[in-house]
Write a protein of this length. Structure first.
Lengths: 237, 177
């Protein structure tokens, strides 16, 4: 097969772009500096399409598709920022804020939080839904890290980094729907689990759900950008 | 042009938003050319006036008294501004929601009290079961997030509201800012 056939040309937001067969809309958009908001996506991890923030419109289809999973095809016409999508994105964020107890002002991730940043960026000034105020555990049994389920948005980045990159897979999801909970081992305390203490989960967590105990106040920026480099180095070996 | 009537209201919050308001410093003198502060914790008026042009409300609705107040403020204000995260999200006061008022009162006035262990029941208003943002009770016209919104944010917003200039709030502030 010639390489020519493998190149697809498409239109994203009225801009003509091209990508390779098998690439996702998100990959092609980012290569061309077209911004699509994401939350569960992280460069270096597999895609799950869980957060739905990257939903885009495809001309000729009334279904919205997650840009992180949908692959490009020849002649595809993608809109990434229509009024309808903006409305949906704000609603998704409102649902996330209403579902658990996100108190930005006293959160370790205040000013370093992807949820908080996205809310501001998407023009969210208040949540129209009633807050659920659930009673959720905080697991501080680990000597280095804490899991505060009040701030968890179930993006599963921590689960994926633990399984795919660290290879330990001690983190996973328990329960279904609104009762889902990130657990360590078979729902044992994090401190007594088989955790390797690598801390990758903390670095990839977009909110203050997983944090380093040695950080105080809200001085807790996270650095997940090591992932693509780590993958690259491993491939090179 | 006659001056607009400005009120500021303090529900369940730490007064930090009002501190931010005072932090406008010398700009308060300029603002005084445009508005009269007719009701506020920092002025003498005890009764909310019948007609207010702009009401800035700090704090969440936590007690029966807060609820009464916010309904009154809404009824007598043309523009109601939710000032700060407590008014908008419940924020810190709402952290008692998963626990419930009985357990909180018990911890504060019985378990942690060394003398006179009793839960106050006279004069102080009864707590609502759940602390809620003000827009769950009344229509809110402008939301100004922040904990607290900075003096610059308050100034920009107030000037825009008084002069009718466009106001891009997400460009100014956010939850927890």
């Amino acid at each position: 097969m010639s390489t020519e056939v493998d190149v697809k040309t498409l239109i994203i937001d009225e801009q003509e772009v091209s990508g390779l067969r098998g690439q996702t809309i998100l990959e092609v958009a980012r290569e061309n500096d077209i911004y699509i908001p994401t939350l569960c996506h992280l460069d270096g991890l597999s895609e799950v399409g869980a957060c739905r923030l990257c939903l885009v419109e495809i001309k000729g289809s009334n279904k919205l598709l997650p840009a992180c999973l949908a692959t490009i095809f020849e002649g595809m016409e993608v809109s990434t920022n229509t009024e309808r999508l903006q409305k949906h994105r704000r609603t998704i964020l409102e649902l996330l804020f209403a579902e658990r107890n996100h108190i930005c002002s006293v959160c370790v991730s205040n000013n370093h939080c992807e949820l908080q940043t996205l809310a501001q960026q998407q023009g969210l000034t208040h949540v129209r839904l009633p807050y659920r105020n659930p009673e959720l555990p905080v697991d501080a049994s680990h000597e280095r890290f804490t899991a505060d389920h009040n701030r968890c948005i179930l993006c599963t980045r921590c689960v994926r980094v633990c399984a795919e990159i660290e290879g330990a897979h001690i983190l996973d999801v328990m329960g279904r729907g609104i009762n889902s909970l990130i657990i360590t081992d078979l729902h044992q305390d994090w401190g007594s689990s088989a955790c390797t203490r690598c801390g990758k989960c903390v670095q990839v967590c977009p909110t203050g759900a997983l944090f380093d105990k040695s950080k105080i106040g809200s001085d807790h920026p996270k650095y997940p950008d090591f992932l693509p480099y780590l993958n690259l180095m491993r491939e090179a070996q | 042009m006659s001056k607009l009537k400005l009120a500021t209201v303090w529900l369940d919050g730490c007064s930090g938003c009002h501190m931010s308001f005072l932090d406008m410093d010398e700009r308060l003198i300029e603002l005084a050319e445009l508005v009269d502060v007719v009701y506020s914790p920092i002025v003498d008026a005890k009764v909310f006036p019948d007609e207010v042009d702009i009401a800035l409300v700090e704090g969440a609705v936590s007690s029966v008294d807060d609820e009464k107040k916010i309904l009154k403020v809404r009824a007598h204000s043309k523009v109601l501004v939710a000032m700060g995260d407590c008014a908008i999200t419940g924020n810190v006061p709402s952290m008692r929601n998963p626990i419930g008022p009985e357990a909180i009162l018990d911890r504060a006035y019985i378990q942690n009290a060394s003398a006179q262990q009793q839960i106050p029941c006279v004069v102080v208003p009864k707590l609502l079961r759940i602390v809620r943002p003000i827009h769950e009770f009344v229509k809110v016209d402008v939301f100004l997030p922040g904990c607290p919104p900075s003096a610059d944010t308050l100034h920009t917003a107030l000037v825009a509201l008084v002069t009718g200039a466009p106001l891009d709030i997400p460009a100014l502030t956010r939850f927890g800012a």
